[in-house]
Design a protein around this ligand. Structure first.
Ligand SMILES: C[S@@+](CC[C@H](N)C(=O)[O-])C[C@H]1O[C@@H](n2cnc3c(N)ncnc32)[C@H](O)[C@@H]1O
Length: 134
């Protein structure tokens, strides 16, 4: 999928500097401050709490200062609630509160400013769209 997307992007937008490659989001093998924007679609909901924290840390690291990040993620009743253990201490320091607000708070703890946070529904599937800026 990544290779196909890269080919399509090159063909349709020859001037674009888009780079598409398959990586483990928990450990992104690129230099710090490499990207202007990161888009994550339906990924965080698949990761456990450690994976979520690692991924947010990586997104923060690879974004340029002032870079933006968009998450189109997780069903409303999501696993977030279940995957974040209660009263656990971490860098985020808030995992015990869980619930659907846990992720935006964790994102803020990584020094992202949440600019947009909206619930949307496509058919039966409820999602949350979140845009944050570093
Ligand atoms: C629900 S699919 C969403 C696919 C696509 N983003 C979309 O919105 O249609 C979740 C994707 O996350 C990928 N994935 C799961 N764990 C990952 C990880 N640690 N790092 C990067 N991608 C991961 C899976 O391979 C899968 O392609």
């Amino acid at each position: 999928m990544a290779a196909r997307t890269q080919r399509l992007a090159r063909r349709r937008l020859p001037g674009a500097r888009a780079h598409c490659q398959a990586v483990d989001a928990r450990s992104i093998a690129v230099r710090d401050a490499s990207f202007d924007a990161v888009v994550s679609c339906y990924l965080l909901e698949l990761l456990g709490s450690e994976g979520i924290l690692q991924t947010l840390g990586e997104i923060h690291r690879v974004l340029r200062p002032e870079g933006g990040s968009r998450w189109y993620d997780w069903p409303e009743r999501a696993r977030i609630q279940r995957s974040l253990p209660p009263r656990r201490e971490s860098r985020a320091g808030l995992l015990g509160t869980a619930g659907r607000d846990a992720i935006p708070r964790v994102i803020r703890d990584y020094d992202f400013a949440v600019e947009h946070d909206r619930k949307v529904r496509q058919g039966f599937y409820p999602s949350r769209v979140l845009i944050a800026r570093k």
